[in-house]
Design a protein around this ligand. Structure first.
Ligand code: GLU
Length: 579
């Protein structure tokens, strides 16, 4: 927007409240977990870019300003809605395990699983980063502006420096004692990058430059294939192969990497169509929660004010998690009973476990194999996949109504603690089960194998109305809690009639087992008591680390955004007057 337009607009707003709505119709939107990244996306939309163009600017900027969560050294999933064709595509940029990966790579010499941090902060936790290949693939179909221009903001901030945000500072402090302090334990470049000379975490507002990342981005802007086949690939491989705790990631693994485009999974919730990422994402579990709620006793009209409505959601979540643990994995490698899990008959039977009268404790996985033609029925063993939180979610709607809902991750805080080309490299392979079989010798679906992608909880979601028009996009970081966070937001918006922001602000309730967690400061004492009376062992948590971002299209066609107050997200609006 130029200065004159801005002045006129501000003038008209201050004088006439009513004309504000007309002048300022929101026709596009960017919601990310960081204000600098939101602005990067908005800049692209203002230049006439598509949602995919903006996603590239956002992710390359997040890589710099929110390095604890995601970046080009990591992976992600995206669902994209094409407003012209009214179709949704799913893009899979999940990391792959190197060819040298072995099923026992997370076990010590006695066959016991490694300590999580020993595995995380190592070269062998690094999978081939998939985010860039995925974005490039989506750009081939949906990009509008020149590829080389999409990295300008990130290059600018890495060259001139950006201001360390409160959350980035907090993450550095939080991870403080786990950073390598001596070269004997691991490479020190990340520690040096994130700390002052006196060893203190970079303070809030510190201007941090990353010239190596600027160089990487300039290379990518002109020759993206360098990332998988050139100097950048060589740097990534060299970093992963450093001792101690070297990994086996090779140039061949980098060159072999392919992002995947597939049809999304879709299911019905009430009259709407819910779509999201297919395997190895756990989105099928978000779908299952919502499908169970279709069959469960109906919510009362009191929405979030009625504790009984929360118990219905909790029961649907607990049933879903029991199945998720057991069956979800990379279906290029193992047979997953996805048809059974999504079949009406299975959902109807599982929903019978939900009652209004009390908690159905000791819920175990069902048998979805019985609900599909192919009764391949591998009797998978008890999973042993650990869980951490280092992820981000953003949503974008462009001026033409195309939508991106993308979750990206380096897996744990600051990934593997190794860097290459100014990027933090992921530790995504710890999203595999550390054991490959359970105590009874049954194979574990999410075990490591060369070329395999680890199971993920990331669940980018897009909801359409009955005519396939866009209705909402949502997603969140939070490890396995993502399923609970996203389901809460969908229920809040679609069933309890809340705005995107109010639904995000609702207490997060994570219901995986007989013990359920709810945020103490957001839940009312009445709700907590009611959950206990219903039969749950309730843990009042001090807070949850969701990072929900949502955009909703209202019935008048305008857009409404919501960003999670638990992180530092912002809603950026593209106005009709901006173009
Ligand atoms: N790496 C996890 C996954 O892909 C996400 C971790 C997080 O959300 O923080 O499911």
């Amino acid at each position: 927007m130029n200065l004159i337009k801005t002045t006129i607009l501000l003038f008209s707003i201050s004088l006439t409240g009513i004309s504000e709505a007309e002048d300022k119709k929101a026709i596009g939107m960017v919601v990310t977990a960081n204000p600098v990244a939101t602005e990067a996306g908005l800049k692209i939309l203002r230049a006439g870019g598509s949602a995919i163009d903006a996603a590239i600017a956002v992710e390359s900027t997040l890589s710099l300003v929110e390095p604890q969560s995601s970046g080009l050294g990591g992976g992600g999933f995206m669902v994209h809605y094409d407003a012209k064709t009214k179709t949704i595509d799913y893009y899979n940029g999940r990391e792959t395990a190197p060819l040298g990966a072995t099923k026992d790579m997370f076990l010590d010499k006695n066959g016991k699983k490694l300590h999580f941090l020993k595995a995380k902060d190592s070269g062998f936790s690094i999978g081939v980063p998939g985010v860039l290949a995925m974005l490039e693939m989506a750009y081939q179909s949906h990009g509008k502006l020149p590829w080389k221009d999409l990295f300008d903001t990130a290059i600018d901030h890495s060259t001139k420096g950006f201001s360390v945000s409160p959350r980035m500072h907090k993450s550095i402090k939080f991870y403080g004692k786990y950073f390598f302090k001596s070269r004997d334990h691991g490479p020190l470049d990340l520690y040096n990058y994130l700390h002052l000379d006196n060893g203190k975490a970079l303070p809030v507002g510190h201007i941090l430059k990353n010239p190596k990342y600027a160089k990487t981005l300039k290379t990518i802007a002109h020759n993206p294939s360098d990332f998988y086949n050139g100097k950048i690939a060589a740097e990534i491989v060299a970093s992963a192969q450093q001792t101690p705790n070297a990994g086996k990631l090779s140039k061949k693994d980098m060159a072999n990497y392919k992002a995947v485009k597939r049809a999304p999974y879709c299911s019905k919730y009430r009259e709407n169509k819910l779509c999201g990422s297919a395997l190895p994402s756990s989105w099928v579990s978000v779908s299952m929660v919502m499908s169970l709620l279709n069959e469960a006793p109906k919510f009362s009209a009191k929405g979030s004010d009625d504790p009984a409505n929360w118990t219905l959601l909790a029961e649907a979540l607990r049933i879903t998690y029991a199945d998720n643990n057991k069956f979800i994995a990379d279906d290029d490698f193992v047979e997953v009973p996805i048809k059974g899990l999504m079949s009406d008959a299975y959902i109807k039977d599982r929903a019978k476990l939900i009652s209004r009268s009390g908690a159905n404790n000791n819920i175990v996985a069902g048998n979805p194999w019985d609900y599909q033609d192919k009764n391949a029925g591998e009797n998978f063993g008890k999973d042993a996949t650990p869980d951490t939180e280092g992820t981000t979610h953003f949503v974008i709607v462009d001026a033409e109504g195309n939508v991106v809902s993308m979750t990206a991750t380096v897996e744990g805080y600051f990934g593997s603690q190794r860097m290459a080309g100014g990027m933090i490299l992921n530790n995504q392979l710890t999203d595999f089960s550390f054991y490959y079989e359970d105590a009874e010798g049954r194979p574990i679906a999410n075990a490591v194998a060369p070329g395999k992608r680890p199971r993920s909880s990331m669940s980018p979601t897009i909801v359409l109305d009955e005519n396939d028009n866009f209705l909402m996009a949502v997603g969140s970081p939070g490890g396995r809690n993502i399923i609970s966070y996203v389901a809460k937001a969908v229920v809040g918006i679609l069933s309890w009639g809340m705005s995107a922001q109010d639904a995000i602000d609702l207490p997060n309730m994570v219901a995986k087992t007989d013990r359920i967690r709810i945020e103490r400061h957001r839940a009312t004492p009445e709700l907590i008591k009611a959950l206990r009376d219903f039969g749950y062992d309730v843990f009042e948590s001090e807070g949850e680390i969701s990072g929900l971002s949502a955009i909703v299209k209202l019935s008048d066609g305008s857009l409404q955004g919501g960003a999670d107050p638990r992180r530092e997200g912002t809603v950026g609006i593209l106005y009709s007057t901006d173009l």
